[in-house]
Structures are given as structure tokens and as C-alpha cells.
Write a protein that binds this ligand. Structure first.
Ligand SMILES: Nc1nc2c(ncn2[C@@H]2O[C@H](COP(=O)(O)OP(=O)(O)OP(=O)(O)O)[C@@H](O)[C@H]2O)c(=O)[nH]1
Ligand SMILES: [Mg+2]
Length: 460
């Protein structure tokens, strides 16, 4: 294990909390902290056992000023998060004490940790692989309970294991092909192309399953992207608020109230939904509204599901008609709002224009909301969510590499079927293996690590 410099960071989120944690990792962690720490019991950190807790104070050694009362935990390599010596200083939660402690540590030779550097150390020191490292970022930023559960299971390594198994099975086939190349002149048996092709077919199917799980992965971590769209004033923000059961978005009788998209997560029959309230669609007045309207169209394009909202108490107009044709019917649910205004009577809106039966609701009286929730759940489940058990891919990076790997694998299989030379086949298999290695970090370059750890917060 290479010795990396000692680094420090404030690990709790900024702002005022009950406690704050300043964390150090590296060979100098204990010595640097010892310089600033006076234990109440008089014990020295340098002699402290691993995983022990010490009560005392942090003092500025230059001025003798007492900074804060603290609890210091000492964890010695290798049984730590980074596999290096780690010291965590638990202090009071105010930003001032934490900042002062951090700057004293930096004065004494610790470097300032970059985002994700603690987890990066854990990866570099071989404690976790890249998939696990990325799941740490996901746990920190999980927005849904299901997403958290999924990230936790990746930290446990189930996805890594599945990928490693597939990788080994391709490597085994590759070894056979390469042996055939190396010993071509000698009298070794020719490879059984049919058997090899079949073997690789099994690996391809497993890759295919993983790629398919990516939609579930995204849904679990982000929610089903659900855009609420329609003309100004039809009640989009009111619908968001009533589904959320709180007054999140501003509602007024002025058309063009919502300027920017607003996103909130709700849960419908166990399915996390990311509801996106959008600016009303119309030829925009000013520049701000114009940008908002463009974002609304983008929300439609990127949505898994579109709630297409109309004011049912009004006759449809050209803008409504334009909207109907611009949404993909298989991903849309048509909703006629303000049904409290025409209670017992037919809506004035011509339902014949719609390609499906609309749901009648009132965002004001909450009438029809449970039918709307049922329709949403039914449409998502009809799309056939793949099973939720087993390893799930939830990073775009992983999905793309799996797709690249599968493409190379399919080319190798094709080559076996049509009688291409062994060199060509070995080359494709090598590419397939390399992509899989890149996912777990067996084959990586520093640039990639920079990209992955960039999205972490400092101190993790
Ligand atoms: N009677 C009745 N009024 C409603 C209903 N839903 C919304 N409204 C009213 O319609 C007006 C517009 O509601 P909003 O929710 O702001 O509409 P919006 O579609 O978000 O409008 P923009 O943000 O301007 O595009 C407000 O005065 C709401 O109180 C409803 O179900 N029934
Ligand atoms: Mg609005």
C-alpha cells in the first residue's frame, strides 16, 4: 500500500448542527491531532489503542486559546474506512469552531481533502471497488428510501460480484481463443466454435439483464420523471400541491405564475415519482417566460410520464390541440381539472380529441385524485418494471460500459458463427472484458477517478 499524504476535512454538512466532525486520514493523522489535543485523563493519542474515544479540548498551541471541547476517536489502520489511520474530532456544531480546528490541522501539515477523497482513498487502498465507491455518493444523496436501499445493497457488492462473474466467464473463453492462436502451428485441437459461441451467449444474456435493470435503477434513485404540463392557469401547480399535500408551488389566478420547473418526490403505491411542475405552455411574453416554456418542452421530452392537464370547464383552443399532438400518447395521461366547476354536468372541453379516457379531477376539492394516482401506478406497472431483486444498475456510466461490453461480445459471437479468424475474436473479447473492468475499477485511468469523485461532497 502506497503512503499518501495526510488530509483533513469537515465531514458534517456546513451550517449549524448539534455536532460537527472534523476528520483526518493518513499516516500523520494521530500525530497532527496530538499537537492540538489535551486529553482530560492525560492519555496520549500516540499511545491510544485502535477504536478508542478520548474526551478533552482542542487548543491553539501558538496562543494557548482553547477552541472547543471535543471527543476524539482514534482508529488505526487497517481496519478503517480508508485503511489508513483515521482521527475524527467531534466538536460543537457551529461553523466557526470547525473551521478553526480545520485550519489548525492544515497549519500543522495536513492537506485539505478534495471532494470524495476519503472514499477515493478507500478505493485506492483496495477496501472497496469503484461500484461501491459510487454507491457511497448515492447513499449520501439518496432522495428516495428505495434508492437508499439499492445504494446500500451495491455497497455490499452484489452488483460488483455479478459483473466480476461475467468478466471471468468471458476471460475463460478468451483464454481458449488465445491458446488456439498461440499454438496454431502445433497439433492442438481446434476450438469448438459452437460451444464457445453458446457459452458467450450466456454471458451476453446476463449483461442484457443488467442493462435492462438500469431503468429500475434510475426510478429507484430518482423517481419516475413525471411532468405536469398544460396551458397557463389550468391548475398545474395546484395539482402538484394537492398531490404533495402541501403548498409547495405558488398558485395565483394570474396566467404565467410558474416561471421555472419545480420538482418534488412523492410516493404512489410504493413507486417513487419525481413530479415536475412546469411553466404554462403559450407563446411567451417576456424572456424569463420564454426560457420557462422551453424548459417545459424539455420536461416533456425527458419525462417517463406526462400528466397533460386541461381546464375541463373551458372549451379547448388551439394551444390545447397543439399540446395534445405534442405529447407521446403511450407516456401520457390526460387530466381534466376544475371539475368542481361543472359538477354533475359534462365538461365543456371536447374529450373526443383525446386519444385516451381522461381523468376528471379538482385540484381544489381533491376530487378524483385517488383515481389519478391509480391511473399513474397502472401506467407505470403496465410498462413492466423488471423485478426489483438482484443486482441493479443505477449509474449511467455503468450502463454505457455494459452496453459497450455487450456490443463487443456480440461481435465476437458473430465472428465465431461466420468463421472469422481467432485474432479478431480475441480482440473483441479483450474489449468486452476491459469495459467490465472499467466499471469496478480493475482497469481505470486517473481522469476517470477525477470525474467520479468530483461529484462527492468534501469530507466523504
Ligand atoms: N375551481 C377551481 N379552481 C382551480 C382548480 N385548480 C386550480 N384552480 C385555480 O386556477 C388558478 C390557476 O392555478 P395554478 O395552479 O396557478 O395554475 P397553473 O397551471 O400552475 O398556472 P401557471 O403557473 O400560470 O401556468 C388559481 O386561481 C387556482 O386557484 C380547481 O380544481 N378548481
Ligand atoms: Mg403554475
Amino acid at each position: 500500500m502506497q503512503q499518501l499524504p495526510t488530509i483533513a476535512a469537515i465531514s458534517t454538512s456546513l451550517g449549524t448542527g448539534a455536532i460537527g466532525i472534523v476528520r483526518l486520514t493518513g499516516p500523520g493523522a494521530i500525530r497532527i491531532c496530538e499537537d492540538l489535543f489535551q486529553s482530560n485523563s492525560g492519555a496520549s493519542l500516540a499511545e491510544a489503542g485502535s477504536h478508542t474515544l478520548h474526551y478533552g479540548a482542542i487548543t491553539d498551541p501558538d496562543t494557548g486559546t482553547r477552541i472547543d471541547e471535543v471527543l476524539v476517536s482514534v482508529m488505526r489502520a487497517p481496519a478503517t474506512y480508508t485503511r489508513e489511520d483515521i482521527v475524527e474530532i467531534n466538536c460543537h456544531g457551529g461553523p466557526v469552531a470547525q473551521q478553526r480546528i480545520l485550519s489548525l490541522l492544515l497549519d500543522r501539515g495536513a492537506g485539505l481533502a478534495t471532494p470524495g477523497e476519503f472514499t477515493r482513498r478507500a478505493f485506492l487502498n483496495g477496501r472497496i471497488d469503484l461500484v461501491q465507491a459510487e454507491s457511497v455518493a448515492q447513499i449520501v444523496s439518496a432522495r428516495t428510501e428505495a434508492g437508499l436501499k439499492m445504494a446500500m445493497s451495491q455497497l455490499d457488492g452484489s452488483l460488483s460480484r455479478e459483473i466480476a462473474e461475467i468478466r471471468v466467464s468471458i476471460l475463460e473463453s478468451m483464454a481458449l481463443v488465445e491458446a488456439a492462436i498461440d499454438f496454431a502451428d502445433e497439433d492442438v485441437e481446434e476450438i469448438d466454435r459452437g460451444a464457445l459461441e453458446k457459452e458467450l451467449g450466456v454471458a451476453a444474456a446476463r449483461l442484457g439483464d443488467l442493462i435492462e435493470s438500469a431503468f429500475v435503477g434510475r426510478v429507484l434513485s430518482e423517481g419516475v420523471r413525471t411532468a405536469i404540463v398544460g396551458k397557463p392557469n389550468v391548475g398545474k401547480s395546484s395539482l402538484l400541491n394537492s398531490l404533495l399535500m402541501r403548498e409547495r408551488a405558488i398558485v395565483t389566478e394570474v396566467p404565467g405564475t410558474t416561471r421555472d420547473t419545480i420538482e418534488e418526490i412523492i410516493n404512489i403505491q410504493g413507486i417513487p415519482l419525481r413530479l415536475i411542475d412546469t411553466a404554462g405552455l403559450r407563446p411567451a411574453g417576456d424572456e424569463v417566460e420564454q426560457i420557462g416554456v422551453e424548459r417545459s418542452y424539455r420536461a416533456i421530452r425527458e419525462a417517463d410520464l406526462v400528466l397533460c392537464l386541461f381546464d375541463g370547464s373551458e372549451r379547448e383552443d388551439d394551444q390545447d390541440r397543439a399540446l395534445i399532438t405534442s405529447v407521446p400518447p403511450e407516456r401520457a395521461i390526460f387530466v381534466l381539472n376544475k371539475c368542481d366547476k361543472f359538477r354533475g354536468q359534462q365538461p365543456r372541453f371536447n374529450q373526443g380529441l383525446l386519444s385516451g379516457e381522461p381523468v376528471l379531477v379538482s385540484a381544489l376539492t381533491r376530487q378524483g385524485l385517488s383515481q389519478l394516482r391509480d391511473r399513474i401506478a397502472a401506467l407505470i406497472l403496465a410498462g413492466g418494471l423488471p423485478p426489483l431483486e438482484g443486482p441493479i444498475v443505477s449509474h449511467e456510466r455503468h450502463k454505457h460500459l455494459l452496453e459497450d461490453s455487450l456490443r463487443s461480445l456480440e461481435r465476437a459471437r458473430q465472428g465465431l458463427r461466420v468463421g472469422l479468424g481467432e485474432e479478431v475474436i480475441a480482440e473483441e473479447l479483450r474489449a468486452a472484458v476491459a469495459c467490465l473492468g472499467e466499471i469496478t475499477g480493475e482497469e481505470t485511468v486517473d481522469d476517470l477517478l477525477d470525474i467520479i469523485f468530483r461529484d462527492f461532497c468534501i469530507g466523504k
